[in-house]
Design a protein around this ligand. Structure first.
Ligand code: SAM
Ligand code: SF4
Length: 324
C-alpha cells in the first residue's frame, strides 16, 4: 500500500481492548466506561483483517491496547496472525504486569518482540504515575523475557516536573541488558495534553554529557521511527521517538485498528473508517482490502500536534481507546 505521499504502509497497530489494569496519569482516568464486549473486534475478525492486510503488504503487527494481556487468549492470536495471516513479525506492547504468566504461551506462539512500558524504576515515582506499587515485578518480567531470548524494548514517557529529567536509571538498564530503552515524547492525546513531556533532545544532550563516545547507531533500524544511539560498554542501546520535536511523519508507515474496529490513518485526527461495520455486514475479502486502501489514502501528510490550527477534526478519544 502506497499512500498519497509515496509512503509504503506495511505496519498495523491493533488495539485488542480498551481496558487496562493500570491508570497511567497521562493515559487513562481512574474511572472510565469500557466498551461493551460485543463492540470489540473478535480475534477471528482481527485475523481476517490481517489476512487481507498481508495481501496488501502489511508485514508487521503490533498488538496494543489498553492493556492487551488483560484480554484472554493473546498467545493464540499471535499464533493465528503468524501462521494463518502470514504476518512476518508480530509483537506486543504491554505494561508488563501480567507478562510473566503469559511468557510460555507467547514464546510458543513465536512472538517476535515485546515492548514493556516503564516510565521509572523508582517505586514511588512509578506508583505515582501508574498507580501500581510493584515496579520490581515488571523489572523481573523484563529479565525473564530476555532470558527467553525475546527481543525486548522498554518505552518510557517522561513528564516534565520541573526537576532534572529522570532518564538515568532507565538508560542504565541498557548497560547490562541487551535491550533498547526508548524515550517517547508525550503527545497531546487525551490526558497527554494536560502534562508537559520532556523533549528528547534535552535527554540526548544530558546523555552525551554523561557518557563519552555516544554515537548514533544506524544499524538499529526497526519497523518504526526510533533513532538509536550506542553508549560504549553498553550491551543494549538507547532510542528516541520524537513525534513532537522531530516529526517523522514523512516516513510514517503505519495504520491503526482500534479496539472497536475503526481503521485510523493517523493518531492525531479523528477521522477513520468503520471496518467493524464492513466486517459485520458484507465482510468480503475485497471489501476489507478496499477499507485498508481507503485508510491508507486518508493518511495526512503530517500530524498537527505542534501547529496552532488543524485542517480537520482532532482525535478526542483516550490513548487507551485508540491503542498508543
Ligand atoms: N498498556 C500497554 C502499554 O502501556 O504499553 C499498551 C497501550 S499504551 C496506550 C501504549 C504506549 O502509549 C505506552 O508506552 C504509553 O506510555 C504510551 N502513551 C500513552 N499516552 C501517551 C501520550 N499522551 N503520549 C505519548 N505516549 C503515550
Ligand atoms: Fe494502561 Fe498502557 Fe495507558 Fe498505562 S499507558 S494506562 S498501562 S494503556
Amino acid at each position: 500500500m502506497i499512500d498519497l505521499y509515496n509512503r509504503s504502509i506495511d505496519y498495523m497497530r491493533i488495539s485488542v481492548t480498551d481496558r487496562c489494569n493500570l491508570r497511567c496519569i497521562y493515559c487513562m482516568p481512574e474511572t472510565v466506561q469500557p466498551l461493551p464486549a460485543e463492540e470489540l473486534l473478535s480475534y477471528e475478525e482481527m485475523t481476517r483483517v490481517c489476512i487481507e492486510g498481508s495481501h496488501l503488504g502489511i508485514r508487521f503487527i503490533k498488538l496494543t491496547g489498553g492493556e492487551p494481556l488483560v484480554r484472554d487468549g493473546i498467545p493464540a492470536l499471535v499464533d493465528e496472525l503468524k501462521r494463518k495471516a502470514g504476518i512476518e513479525r508480530v509483537s506486543l506492547t504491554t505494561n508488563g504486569v501480567l507478562l510473566p504468566r503469559h511468557l510460555d504461551g507467547l514464546c510458543s506462539a513465536g512472538i517476535d518482540g515485546i515492548t514493556v512500558s516503564l516510565d521509572s524504576l523508582d517505586p514511588e515515582r512509578f506508583k505515582a504515575t501508574t498507580g501500581y506499587a510493584h515496579v520490581g515485578d515488571i523489572i523481573a518480567a523484563i529479565h525473564e523475557s530476555i532470558a527467553r531470548n525475546i527481543r525486548v524494548k522498554v518505552n518510557a514517557v517522561l513528564i516534565d516536573d520541573g526537576g532534572k529529567p529522570a532518564w538515568r536509571n532507565l538508560a542504565e538498564l541498557a548497560r547490562t541488558l541487551p535491550l533498547a530503552v526508548r524515550f517517547i515524547e508525550m503527545m497531546p492525546i487525551g490526558y497527554g495534553s494536560v502534562f508537559h513531556g520532556v523533549r528528547n533532545d534535552v535527554i540526548l544532550e544530558q546523555i552525551r554529557a554523561s557518557y563519552a563516545g555516544v554515537i548514533e547507531d544506524t544499524t538499529m533500524k526497526g519497523a518504526g521511527p526510533a533513532v538509536y544511539y550506542h553508549i560504549p560498554g553498553f550491551k543494549g542501546c538507547i532510542g528516541f521517538i520524537s513525534a513532537m520535536s522531530h516529526s517523522f511523519c514523512h516516513i510514517c508507515n503505519r495504520i491503526r485498528l482500534t479496539a472497536d474496529g475503526m481503521l485510523k490513518p493517523c493518531l492525531c485526527y479523528a477521522d477513520g473508517i468503520d471496518l467493524k461495520a464492513i466486517l459485520r455486514s458484507e465482510g468480503s475479502g475485497g471489501a476489507i482490502r478496499q477499507a485498508l486502501l481507503d485508510a491508507a489514502a486518508l493518511k495526512p501528510a503530517s500530524h498537527c500536534f505542534t501547529k496552532p490550527q488543524a485542517q480537520k477534526p482532532l482525535e478526542q478519544r483516550l490513548m487507551s481507546a485508540i491503542g498508543g
